[in-house]
Ligand binder design. Sequence first.
Ligand SMILES: Nc1ncnc2c1ncn2[C@@H]1O[C@H](COP(=O)(O)OP(=O)(O)O)[C@@H](O)[C@H]1O
Ligand SMILES: [Mg+2]
Length: 387
Amino acid sequence: MKTVAVIFGGRSAEHDVSIVTAISSIIKPLELSKQYHVEAVYVAKNGAWFWDNKLKDIKLFSSGAIEQFIARTQPASVQFDSGLTLSRGRGLTGRTQRKKIDIVFPSMHGTYGEDGALMGLLDMSGVPYVGCSLETAAIAMDKVLSKQVAAANNIPVSKFLSFTSREFAHKQSAVLERITNTLKYPLFIKPAHLGSSIGISRATTETELRNGLEVAARYDDKIIVEEAVQNLIEVTLPIIGNDELTPAYLEEPLVSAEDFFDFDTKYIRGGGKKTGGGKKGAQGYSTIPAHIPKDLYQKAEALGLSVYRALGCSGIARIDMLIDSKTKEVYFNEANPMPGSLYAHNWRQKGISTMELTLRLIQLAEARHRARQAFTTVFNTNFLKQF
Ligand SMILES: Nc1ncnc2c1ncn2[C@@H]1O[C@H](COP(=O)(O)OP(=O)(O)O)[C@@H](O)[C@H]1O
Ligand SMILES: [Mg+2]
């Protein structure tokens, strides 16, 4: 039986969400399938790695006992031995335990995990891993780069500008002038690399714009300012596949406009005020499938699939879109290479159980790995002979 390591936690704002994704949507269903050995690898907020079966229990985290666990447990280490081997010292006996990993299932959201950092490490180790590649993850987690790649592929995005926080600090009036000369209010101001609405503001006046820029500049070195999509309907499309793609249902999150920047609304209060008719999913209340006219549904689904291809996604991703319900224009907003809880609630409605989903994702990871290995990476040259 092959061994799958599920890596979760990490140094990001979405640390806690990643724990829930790992335990309920990946570890439990994979263990139930009895097709793989599953190892839980937890990256603590301080960056230390732990490997232990106790980490498969959500209670360890929800009760707060994880703090004691971290204080008492020796961190694990990872060896790059023509593959990936987990290793840990064992308390008083001092014996070292090792486990060779066949496949990695990353379950990290946000920085140092979903953004390509972990994928780079896994590429170096040569083990297959679930989800998007390093380059796709890095592009997807940058709101500017992902919009530029989409726009270069003729995918509509709302009109935007970007600049560095240093530019804003040193040439504030020039930056403001550039924005107000090019873009029309209302505007959204966002740090380029963060998720969960952290550091995002909406501005309808120059004062609000300046304030919004100051907030965003505190979080990130890169800022994006974009025109607001009017008459907004938000939809999101989870997709799996490498070459042949399977979309889940187009889903419409039901979060009212004034709640949009609230982390608690997204993850804790389950979508906050229930705006009617929705079902509670991983990210709060939503309608599945989105309740929009058929032609618009098809347009958004097609756009989501084009974005997945344009960004070079593989395995799984979730594509978020903004629709202007009056003009019927669909805009790409952002891509999530590792959607929270894998969007299991949506796949279930589509008839794909969470167990089936995780098993398929592992098969996709192995297929991509085999395809990559087929390429030549070593060349024999006479270069060294001259020395
Ligand atoms: N251009 C836009 N037009 C209208 N609403 C937007 C726009 N950009 C962002 N929003 C609103 O702000 C929310 C958060 O922005 P988003 O780009 O999705 O960042 P995050 O990474 O925090 O999810 C969106 O879900 C949407 O409600
Ligand atoms: Mg978003």
